[in-house]
Design a protein around this ligand. Structure first.
Ligand code: ZN
Length: 99
């Protein structure tokens, strides 16, 4: 995990490769693919059609979460590599977050 995801940027690239494998970003709210990257750290994408800024977390289970993407990657890893999933208490202990 440390080698594959050394920092937040690596985690963001991984999510981007899943959500927009063709390099185009479908902004789900207005269905436009007329988007571009901008320099805001928290909202690094902008839809040119509706002029809204959004992040990689938009319209995913991560929406509204203040947790960094790196913690989400680790939580997904723990959940998908466990036969019966992972308990929320174990997740909170492993990630150093509240339940
Ligand atoms: Zn839009």
């Amino acid at each position: 995990m440390q080698r594959e995801f050394p920092n937040e940027a690596a985690a963001r690239k991984w999510f981007e490769s899943i959500i927009r494998p063709d390099g185009k970003w479908p902004f789900l709210q207005c269905r436009s693919k007329n988007t571009h990257e901008c320099s805001y750290a928290k909202m690094p994408y902008r839809c040119r059609d509706c002029r809204k800024y959004f992040s990689i977390k938009k319209e995913t289970v991560m929406a509204g979460s203040p947790l960094p993407l790196l913690k989400w990657v680790y939580a997904i890893y723990l959940d998908t590599t466990s036969l019966k999933g992972v308990a929320s208490m174990k997740l909170s202990r492993e990630l150093g977050i509240t339940q």
